[in-house]
Design a protein around this ligand. Structure first.
Ligand code: FES
Length: 153
């Protein structure tokens, strides 16, 4: 039993190492050829030419706007966020954690965000409680729509 597992692990590690080596070599060549024009003799500065951090996006990208159905929504389990589009072009985001006992909502259908645990339903437009034992609306979350990307901010 142990021998086949070891063999698989060793092969996996070797493959990963080869991939990393290949990538970094390729990147160094590309960066060196463009940056060496301004710095005459600097063969080892490949790593110093990283792009500035300002190019990083302002928030975590959740989805394309086209992934959110009009009149419905989509749940992002990892971020515990539900994004809805009550009317075309209008996007809203709420916590996906039910205000009753903390289950994650698991469905958006028929204009409501539904919790599987005890049947609470929340409006896709306002996250107000429509049905069930939940005592409060789902708290709002901040998103930014940039072009066709929805970012969690
Ligand atoms: Fe959602 Fe009870 S935890 S309805």
């Amino acid at each position: 039993m142990e021998t086949p597992r070891r063999t698989v692990l060793a092969a996996g590690a070797g493959g990963a190492a080869a991939l990393v080596t290949g990538c970094s070599k390729y990147g160094d060549e590309g960066g060196g050829s463009t940056s060496d024009r301004s710095t005459p003799a600097a063969p080892d500065t490949g790593g110093a030419n990283e792009p500035p951090k300002s190019s990083a996006p302002a928030g975590e990208k959740l989805a394309q706007t086209s992934a959110i159905p009009v009149g419905g929504g989509k749940i992002f389990d990892a971020q515990k966020v539900v994004v809805t589009q009550p009317t075309s072009g209008e996007f809203k985001a709420f916590s996906a954690v039910c205000t009753h006992q903390g289950c994650l909502v698991d469905k958006v259908a028929d204009g409501t965000i539904d919790c599987p645990c005890h049947g609470s339903k929340f409006s896709v437009e306002s996250a107000e409680v429509v049905d069930g034992p939940a005592p409060r609306p789902l708290p709002p979350k901040q998103i930014t729509v940039s072009g066709d990307s929805i970012m969690l901010t």
